[in-house]
Write a protein that binds this ligand. Sequence first.
Ligand SMILES: C[S@@+](CC[C@H](N)C(=O)[O-])C[C@H]1O[C@@H](n2cnc3c(N)ncnc32)[C@H](O)[C@@H]1O
Length: 227
Amino acid sequence: MRMRKKSNLETRMTQHPDYLLLNEIGFFDGKYTGVTEKKEIKKFDLRQVFGNDNPVYLEIGCGKGGFAVQFAQQNPNINILALEVISNVIIVGMEKAEELKIPNLKFINCRAEHLTTYFEDAVFDRIFLNFSCPYPKNTYANRRLTAPAFLDVYKKVLKRGCEIHQKTDNQKLFEFSIENLSEAGFILKNVSLDLHNSKFEGNIVTEYEQKFVSQGLPIYRLEAQYK
Ligand SMILES: C[S@@+](CC[C@H](N)C(=O)[O-])C[C@H]1O[C@@H](n2cnc3c(N)ncnc32)[C@H](O)[C@@H]1O
């Protein structure tokens, strides 16, 4: 079911400049605003963004940001950037981060497809893919966040030796991910077919995960290292 558009969304999106990455073109709902063909897009300097040299983890498709908020609170020496295309949900995370004054968490309202436009190569120390949309129809397979074109993007922005951590309830998406990650040269580690009945410790349960677990569905998880 589609979520009703939040009241004053446009205004609210502008009220958290310390939490939302904005550059000269601005972001809104993943679309460029006011960009002209010729305008050069300045890439973000993550050291400047966070004000330190700590590792930066990226969560792609963060939804309402519950995972990123908890992760940032539990890991004050790691910076986390939460990326989401839909303003109507990312706003929830931004408002929470502001309310809790979390210094090591920032948000970016754009599409994963645009990561290389906004970031230099090899800037992220980890990528989280939590319950990415499965796009079950084969005709939409290229929209899945572990489709080959996305893995090419991740290989650019991820540092060598660093990892992608994925969780999903969707067996087909998990199989698709394993196949593509292996094909792209990632080394798979700690693969679990039932995370909640495994020995894995310290799992942060996301909004979607909560929903799926309460329906009795197993959660699949993997780590993929970019060698
Ligand atoms: C099923 S939700 C999961 C939200 C959250 N990670 C969780 O586990 O509760 C997937 C999210 O990914 C976002 N998304 C899908 N494709 C995206 C893309 N290409 N770039 C950025 N976000 C995307 C969707 O808008 C949606 O909010």
